[in-house]
Ligand binder design. Structure first.
Ligand SMILES: Nc1ncnc2c1ncn2[C@@H]1O[C@H](COP(=O)(O)OP(=O)(O)O)[C@@H](O)[C@H]1O
Ligand SMILES: [Mg+2]
Length: 349
């Protein structure tokens, strides 16, 4: 289960406070298919997260009162009430409903008419209004199957919205954000990967410059729906089993777990296969003097044994560049937001 609590907390470093004593603030925003995460900003420098999902129910005074009593975040639009963010999960389970999602495969979901309004409401619930010229960096996916010309639209919609909240807004590739969050000691040289709900994002960076970026349209959601279809279990149940108990380092003991292993392997092999192809086809990569690290983040990288499976996929069949090590991000669920925050801070210094 995802929780509502702020995930990490840190005191602002001295360098984040200007000589006038007022905070020099910047904001990092991870606009993910499954979750919206914000890091930094003037409100205590802690990462906060909301599920990027909602449930619609017909409006009645009674329902509205119950939502208020239960302190659920909601939005009214004509004859419907929309419960969104972390509360959507609890609310959906009351009705055995599957929450609706504003985004799909890393971008605005064209099949969801309420998508833009809801995503704005979710963002507003975690991002305060920007102060004059305050910089906000938000994550966007790299190009890939399913994310191509629609990326321009997605980026513009989010950017406009952040500007209307008072920020100077700048998009940053999600994989690069992972590099910023996790590869400081390596001079921002290495491979940053985020395995989320809607997609996997990859960035190969040299000295903080993105040299190669791409996305893959399969990740956690694909695993859930594929397993659900082959074992004939509701998608929500499959997801809960996956999040609460999957251990990829142990032999599966039942049908659901075996299917989870199978689709996890497919995602990992496709990801590593695509990375190998991209390296082999790329002419513009500088020659490296030393092996580089891979850092993996995102909710889909969380199960035990994920990293070992990923490493063995890299090792089997050889790999076109030398890899020093494969590691998991410090906090896989907030790496993208933290990296966006670092990107924003580095621009205002
Ligand atoms: N502990 C866990 N084990 C396995 N999968 C998880 C776990 N926690 C979250 N997930 C999965 O991670 C995905 C969401 O990851 P996240 O990085 O938040 O995605 P996004 O970038 O799409 O917002 C979902 O598919 C969710 O089911
Ligand atoms: Mg993400």
């Amino acid at each position: 289960m995802e929780d509502n609590k702020p995930m990490t907390e840190h005191k602002p470093a001295a360098s984040e406070v200007s000589s006038e004593g007022s905070d020099v603030s910047a904001v990092g925003l991870d606009v993910g298919t499954s979750r919206i995460v914000v890091a930094g900003g003037p409100n205590g420098h802690k990462a906060q997260t909301q599920l990027n999902a909602f449930v619609a129910v017909p409006y009645s005074k009674m329902t509205e009162a119950i939502l208020q009593q239960n302190k659920m975040v909601f939005h009214r639009n004509g004859k419907d009430l929309y419960v969104f963010g972390n509360d959507s999960e609890r609310f959906a389970s009351f009705f055995s409903a599957v929450p609706r999602r504003p985004m799909q495969h890393g971008v605005m979901n064209p099949q969801e008419p309420m998508g833009q309004q809801i995503i704005q409401a979710i963002i507003e619930s975690v991002v305060p209004r920007g102060r004059k010229n305050e910089l906000l960096c938000f994550s966007v996916p790299g190009k890939g199957e399913g994310a191509d010309t629609n990326l321009v639209y997605h980026e513009a919609v989010i950017k406009n919205f952040m500007q209307s909240l008072g920020y100077e807004a700048k998009a940053i590739n999600e994989g690069l954000a992972v590099v910023f969050a996790e590869l400081q000691n390596e001079n921002f040289t290495g491979i940053g990967i985020s395995c989320g709900g809607g997609m996997c994002n990859v960035c190969v960076a040299f000295l903080s410059v993105p040299m190669l970026t791409f996305s893959l349209p399969i990740a956690g959601d694909y695993i859930d729906s594929s397993v659900s279809a082959v074992v004939d279990e509701p998608v929500t149940r499959v997801r809960l089993i996956k999040e609460e108990s999957l251990d990829l380092s142990r032999q599966p003991k039942d049908k659901v777990t075996s299917a989870l292993h199978i689709y996890y392997e497919e995602v990992i092999n496709s990801l590593v296969g695509k990375l190998r192809d991209e390296f082999e086809n790329s002419r513009s990569l500088p020659k490296l003097e030393r092996p580089m690290p891979i850092v993996v983040s995102g909710g889909t990288a969380k199960p035990r044994g994920f990293l070992q499976k990923f490493e063995s996929a890299i090792k089997s069949n050889g790999f076109p560049v030398q890899i020093s090590d494969v590691r998991l991000a410090g906090d896989p669920l907030t790496a993208t937001a933290r990296g966006c925050y670092i990107a924003a801070m580095s621009e205002i210094r």
